[in-house]
Design a protein around this ligand. Structure first.
Ligand code: NAD
Length: 246
């Protein structure tokens, strides 16, 4: 019958590719997100998906969802936001709070709730970022939030190891998704250059000369959730076409 898999932010980008992968191997996949129309479109596209409207930054909603869904074999804590704000930008405090509420609190709430009923041998994969280990000016909130995800991942891995629950993180570089497409537009605006020119130059600076695609990250997530990764816990894996080493 397959495993029960929950993927937050599963209606687009990396989360959707991961959901499709698990569904194709016969797992029962529940995707969660805030936008009902996006969730419906995703469910219509892939057989074997179901959806739940959950805002991961709302602890009551997260707890109610995991109580309703019952024991989960695999959680992919993927939902996140990425907004640029330099310290002197007018909206930097709001950007900071949103990053902490969604990228940090949201992952913490999901890990806490799922751990209550996850069976022994379960799996948790968090989605951090290359910026979870590195830094870029203007991405203070996002970078700090993704560093926090890695700290949380390591501690929870130690805490759940006695139950043979493995907890690992993926750290993608630049992945072609709605998030990065919006970020390119914003970066180009800030640099005062054309978005397509900015994108071309940025891709050219990646050692492999291409962006990561969501399927690449989905395949790494599928591996970490498989028995083949049975000796791996508390780790984080870069997937960046050579952009990041640490
Ligand atoms: P995306 O925007 O397609 O996916 C993010 C998903 O999270 C969206 O479906 C969004 O609706 C959902 N989401 C946002 N806030 C939420 C909330 N409060 N509750 C529930 N769902 C919420 O972008 P993506 O690139 O696929 O991002 C997935 C993850 O990958 C994110 O955590 C992101 O930080 C990380 N990541 C992306 C890149 C990249 O270059 N695209 C690089 C490194 C890490």
């Amino acid at each position: 019958m397959g495993r029960k898999v929950v993927i937050t932010g599963g209606s687009s980008g990396i989360g959707f590719a991961a959901a499709r992968n698990f569904a194709e191997q016969g797992d029962q996949v529940v995707i969660c997100g805030r936008d009902e129309a996006k969730l419906e479109r995703a469910v219509a596209e892939v057989e074997g998906l179901s959806a739940a409207q959950v805002d991961v930054s709302d602890q009551a909603q997260v707890e109610e969802f995991f109580e309703r869904v019952g024991p989960v074999d695999v959680l992919v804590a993927n939902a996140g936001v990425c907004e640029q704000a330099r310290l002197d930008d007018d909206d930097s405090d709001d950007v900071w709070r949103r990053a902490m509420q969604i990228n940090v609190d949201g992952v913490y709430f999901c890990l806490k709730a799922v751990s209550k009923t996850m069976p022994d041998g379960g799996n948790i994969i968090t989605v951090s970022s290359g910026l979870g280990k590195n830094a870029r000016a203007g991405y203070e909130a996002y970078t700090a939030s993704k560093h926090a995800v890695l700290g949380l991942t390591k501690c929870v891995a130690l805490e759940l190891a006695p139950r043979s629950i493995r907890v690992n993180a993926v750290c993608p570089g630049w992945v072609d998704t709605p998030m990065s497409q919006a970020d390119v537009v914003e970066s180009a605006r800030r640099a005062g250059v054309d978005a397509e020119d900015f994108r071309r130059a940025a891709v050219g600076s990646i050692p492999l000369g291409k962006m990561v695609v969501p399927q690449d990250v989905a395949d790494l997530i599928a591996f970490l959730a498989s028995e083949k990764a049975g000796a791996i816990t508390g780790q984080s894996y870069n997937i960046s076409c050579g952009e990041f080493f640490n």
